[in-house]
Ligand binder design. Structure first.
Ligand code: HEC
Ligand code: HEC
Length: 285
């Protein structure tokens, strides 16, 4: 009799324990990690995850390899600033011995359609990934590209917290570029071409001019020409020709320069800014 009572109370305690564990209100650690992640840091890492601007450990033993073979590790090289890979503005970015083929994946769409946990798991996957020990000095786009073109094994390079930052960027910080401009793509990677038009679409030009004055003019000058952005290119011309890239630079910064990210910029504000910078009279070539 005593034994039965003992058995019953153990059973009761066990049942209570399991019921409370199954309680729907228990916080999901993955959800917490996602909520605590930083879109800003994720966006910086999408450009160059080992930059000083991200919190990457500058004593990491892989730093020399990363700097030496940067384009084999930067998300933007394989997936594009627009997240459209070889079907976007990188349709003509052919591989060289120093950079891999651009991926055919539409990363922007993939990130919208997967859950944050699925993206996290994809970033940690090891199957079909390139090991950090792989010797990239033998990469040749004509004869030896299979391994070099593979996505790196990021579980070897990034902490879980860093991966969550990138996941949050992919889900909430990446822009749908079709909202920012019209594009026509012709031909096929790597010999295709593209043309951008209607920069800023239905954005508000007056608001864009205000944003420019407030956030850009101090460095780039009232008409965008105070800083040479390569080959006497002013901010207006640069934006008109590289509208697929400027949204990322504005929001996450031009790494290695004094231009910090405007991390709170919304899609609608970028659109307004684009609309203003599309005006060749106000922002001449
Ligand atoms: C050397 C090129 C390369 C680099 C660098 C690279 N990727 Fe990829 N990535 C690919 C290729 C190719 C695929 C498609 C095939 C696959 O899933 O491996 C892919 C697939 C993906 C997927 C989908 C995976 C899945 O299983 O569904 C995600 C998400 C992704 N990449 C994000 C990133 C992020 C974020 C970075 C930077 C931290 C990055 N990639 C860097 C080449 C690259
Ligand atoms: C604190 C000064 C500063 C501010 C503010 C600033 N920039 Fe910049 N910007 C720079 C510098 C410096 C560079 C880098 C030039 C270089 O790399 O040679 C740069 C680069 C750029 C580039 C070229 C990016 C590339 O990929 O080469 C664009 C486009 C640009 N800025 C636009 C803007 C816009 C639009 C704003 C306002 C939202 C802005 N900048 C705010 C200083 C600034």
């Amino acid at each position: 009799m005593k034994q039965i009572r003992w058995f019953l109370s153990v059973a009761l305690i066990t049942a209570t324990f399991f019921t409370s564990c199954n309680n729907d209100e228990e916080p999901d650690p993955n959800q917490i990690a996602f909520e605590n992640a930083s879109i800003a840091n994720g966006g910086i890492m999408y450009d160059k995850f080992w930059s000083t601007e991200s919190n990457f450990d500058q004593n990491n033993t892989n730093l020399a390899t990363l700097n030496d073979k940067a384009d084999f590790f930067r998300c933007k090289q394989c997936h594009g600033w627009d997240g459209l890979g070889s079907n976007g503005a990188y349709i003509n970015r052919a591989p060289k011995t120093t950079r891999p083929n651009v991926s055919a994946l539409n990363l922007y769409n993939l990130a919208q359609n997967k859950t944050s946990k699925e993206l996290f798991d994809a970033m940690k996957a090891t199957n079909g990934r390139r090991d950090i020990s792989y010797d990239l000095s033998t990469y040749d786009p004509a004869t030896n590209y299979t391994e070099g073109d593979k996505m790196p094994n990021f579980g070897q390079l990034l902490t879980d917290a860093q991966i969550w930052d990138i996941v949050k960027f992919m889900k909430e910080g990446m822009f749908d570029v079709t909202e920012l401009y019209d594009a026509t793509y012709t031909g096929e990677y790597p010999t295709g071409s593209f043309a951008l038009s209607n920069i800023g679409k239905n954005g508000n030009e007056a608001n864009g001019n205000n944003l420019y004055t407030e956030k850009c003019a101090a460095c780039h000058g009232a008409n965008g020409s105070d800083i040479d952005l390569g080959g006497s290119t002013a901010a207006g011309k640069f934006t008109r020709s590289k509208a697929y890239e400027v949204q990322h630079k504005v929001k996450y910064g031009q790494l290695g320069s004094s231009m910090k990210g405007e991390f709170n910029m919304t899609l609608s504000e970028i659109k307004d800014l684009y609309k203003a910078l599309a005006n060749e009279t106000n922002f001449p070539n």
